[in-house]
Write a protein that binds this ligand. Structure first.
Ligand SMILES: NC(=O)c1ccc[n+]([C@@H]2O[C@H](COP(=O)([O-])OP(=O)(O)OC[C@H]3O[C@@H](n4cnc5c(N)ncnc54)[C@H](OP(=O)(O)O)[C@@H]3O)[C@@H](O)[C@H]2O)c1
Length: 257
């Protein structure tokens, strides 16, 4: 399979920066029509102004049920069907689990898990009427191998994988695909936008990927109907070591994680 981008109808969350903004630009440049969302209105307005008649936006908090309903209603009214849902919006939280409180755990699950899952449910009938329909979820390499000081974040991404693996089988008969994209460190606003960072550490590392690179590879994975894309090679290596030599992975993570 090689999905076409021209005229593809896309609903995308988290478009105001990073990977979501890059996905929006690349898909729109190649002829897709997008309804995008995030909370920062000015950034969305600027993005939409680059692609008149192709990119529309509704600003709002994705954890709010009424906002999600407004997105779904706009898709229903304007297109009557959906070809691609991209659940990209996400937040991090860095610090020891025992130093944090319940509100951090609940907030991160609201954004990273409950909101995308409910949006997936709400778009099911629209996707059923779409052309080669798919859901893409921007997950993380940390959905395979958890690291210290990001316990809640890792838990949200593990949850996404469990959910979407199950849904992939449930929706296969209807022809709706699930594409998981699992990048490691990417140079975006992600670390500055974290709910909390009590570590004082520099998280970006020396060679983060660019959002453009992640977006480009994610689009190809969706076009080819790949189940999952893990980026970059070092991320794949970590996942492989963890699968075959879990004790070694534990030692490496304890030392360098
Ligand atoms: N950066 C990395 O190293 C990395 C690595 C692996 C996976 N990821 C994943 O990649 C995805 C995109 O992150 P990014 O790196 O591009 O970070 P980013 O630049 O911080 O983008 C996050 C996006 O999510 C939106 N968002 C956050 N909370 C929201 C809320 N409550 N309601 C609506 N929108 C919300 C933000 O928009 P507003 O603030 O305007 O609402 C922003 O557009 C996330 O799911 C993240 O977990 C990132």
């Amino acid at each position: 399979m090689r999905r076409a981008i021209q005229d593809c109808r896309v609903l995308l969350t988290g478009a105001s920066s990073g990977i979501g903004a890059a996905l929006t630009r690349q898909l729109a440049t190649r002829g897709a029509r997008l309804l995008v969302t995030a909370r920062r209105t000015e950034r969305l307005a600027k993005l939409a102004s680059e692609f008149p008649n192709q990119v529309e936006f509704i600003a709002g908090d994705i954890t709010c049920g009424a906002h999600r309903a407004a997105l779904v209603e706009r898709v229903r009214r304007e297109w009557g069907a959906l070809d691609l849902l991209i659940n990209n919006a996400g937040v991090g939280a860095m610090g020891r689990f025992d130093d944090a409180d319940e509100s951090r755990l609940r907030r991160i699950f609201e954004v990273n898990v409950f909101a995308p899952l409910e949006l997936t449910r709400a778009t099911h009938s629209l996707l059923s009427s779409g052309r080669t329909p798919a859901v893409m979820a921007i997950s993380s390499v940390l959905a395979h191998r958890a690291v210290p000081l990001k316990s809640e974040y890792c838990a949200t991404k593990f949850a996404l994988h469990g959910f979407y693996d199950s849904l992939r089988a449930e929706w296969a008969k209807e022809g709706i695909s699930i594409v998981l994209v699992s990048p490691s460190t990417t140079d975006s606003d992600f670390f500055d936008a974290a709910i909390e960072d009590s570590t004082g550490r520099e998280w970006k590392g020396r060679r983060p990927m660019t959002p453009d690179y992640v977006a480009r590879r994610a689009i190809v994975a969706w076009q080819r109907d790949q189940h999952e894309l893990i980026l970059p090679l070092s991320g794949k290596l970590l996942v492989t070591i963890d699968r075959w030599f879990p004790a070694l992975a534990d030692r490496l993570i304890a030392r360098f994680g």
